[in-house]
Design a protein around this ligand. Structure first.
Ligand code: SAH
Length: 383
């Protein structure tokens, strides 16, 4: 039966499924579960990308420290202006996201949270990476409601390979951090990238089972999108393994953005079958996440819309998702927050993105949610 109690091997089997009729059944069950458990409202979260400075050097991410990229950091006033847009648009929630930028320090972020609450009465979600416990506590006290921290992959070897510990700091376990965030009182969200080189179908099935185990309030997943100026954007299959393309000592034009210090030429774990980073696999993950965690809030992510702006965004909403995060970052900064290339809506005004999203929601017979839209999972746990 297709329900919350799916075993890992059944989950893995669904991820490999290619039969159209069976997939239609999976998507129907996910859509019915979504309607029954979280209704027809689509919650809109205004995304503000505060800064692309980052101290980490994740092998997948365009904001990684060693990339010679143009950096920006929004000012306090710019951030408050963007938050005002969320209020004017009746979005109900803002998501403050950034690289691990320590200029966004405890006091700066706490003040922002207080100011946004006072001025605009919005719910606040933070997505600022791995930060100190004292910061998590202070920001919760200041009025933050939710924290997003993807564990990226539950395969520990793969995780260690793609997400090296930042220089001068100790390894921090994102899964432990999520549990701690819940303890502090946050509504917690996590997720993974789909189709990272070296990620097998079984890995992805384990990720999904872990969503259920962690009893997440929010689950955001999107296809891995290779960024040419990162090591993971430059790999090739050799002898059944993924390897970074050596960039050592090269001077060619298109490799300018990559720092030579990242040339490690490590091997990826051999896997039984590489999970694809295509839209179908992303749809399967969304559908299975809905079935396994029926009361969670699940976004149709920007990465999905990046593969297919209309079909992708609507497609995920019709297969279990109930949240969209329209981008409110000022246009002049948007192209600089290129964690992956060709991000959906990277070159348009907030108003245009909002119109597109509202139209797509109407076209599939759904309605924009009014209010803060906490996950039923979170509300039930608190009751
Ligand atoms: N610094 C914060 C925010 C990172 S951006 C943090 O680490 O939590 C949010 C998400 O974008 C990441 O968690 C990652 O899953 C996703 N992401 C980064 N690079 C990507 C890529 N190349 N393709 C797809 N998703 C990517």
């Amino acid at each position: 039966m297709l329900n919350e109690n799916l075993t890992r091997s059944k989950i893995s089997k669904w991820l490999r499924e290619t039969d159209r009729e069976k997939l239609t059944e999976l998507y129907d069950v996910a859509d019915r579960t979504r309607r029954k458990r979280v209704g027809d409202e689509v919650w809109l979260r205004g995304l503000i990308e505060l800064s692309n400075y980052c101290r980490r050097d994740c092998l997948y991410c365009g904001a990684r420290a060693s990339r010679r990229a143009e950096r920006y950091r929004m000012t306090r006033e710019e951030i408050l202006e963007s938050a005002k847009l969320a209020r004017d648009y009746q979005f109900g929630t803002v998501v403050l996201q950034a690289g691990e930028d320590f200029a966004l320090d405890e006091a700066f972020v706490a003040d922002l949270i207080q100011e946004i609450r006072e001025r605009y009465q919005l719910a606040i979600t933070l997505s600022l990476g791995e930060r100190k416990d004292s910061e998590f506590v202070r920001w919760k006290e200041a009025g933050a409601d939710r924290y997003l921290l993807r564990f990226e992959t539950s395969n520990r070897d793969l995780y260690d390979a793609i997400h090296p510990t930042a220089e001068g700091s100790v390894f921090q376990d994102r899964i432990e951090m999520l549990k701690r965030l819940r303890e502090i009182g946050y509504e917690i969200g996590s997720g993974v990238m789909i189709g990272v080189p070296g990620q097998s179908f079984d890995d992805l099935a384990n990720d999904l089972a872990l969503f259920r185990e962690l009893d997440l309030d929010m689950i955001g997943c999107g296809p891995f999108l290779p960024h040419a100026e990162t090591p993971l954007g430059r790999i090739e299959a050799r002898n059944g393994e993924w390897r970074t393309v050596s960039i050592h000592g090269t001077t060619s034009e298109d490799q300018r953005g990559i720092s030579l210090s990242t040339d490690k030429s490590f091997k990826y774990p051999t896997t039984d079958g590489q999970a694809p980073n295509d839209i179908e696999t992303a749809f399967k993950v969304v559908a299975l996440a809905r079935i396994l965690c029926p009361d969670a809030n699940i976004p149709s992510t920007t990465a999905v819309a990046t593969i297919d702006e209309t079909g992708g965004r609507k497609g995920a909403l019709e297969r279990g998702a109930n949240v969209v995060m329209p981008n409110l970052t000022p246009k002049k900064y948007r192209r600089l927050y290129d964690i992956y290339p060709n991000k959906a809506a990277a070159r348009e005004e907030a108003e245009k993105t909002r119109q597109t999203v509202l139209k797509q929601i109407r076209e599939i017979g759904r309605v924009p949610g009014i209010g803060s839209g906490s996950s039923p999972r979170f509300l039930k746990r608190r009751a």
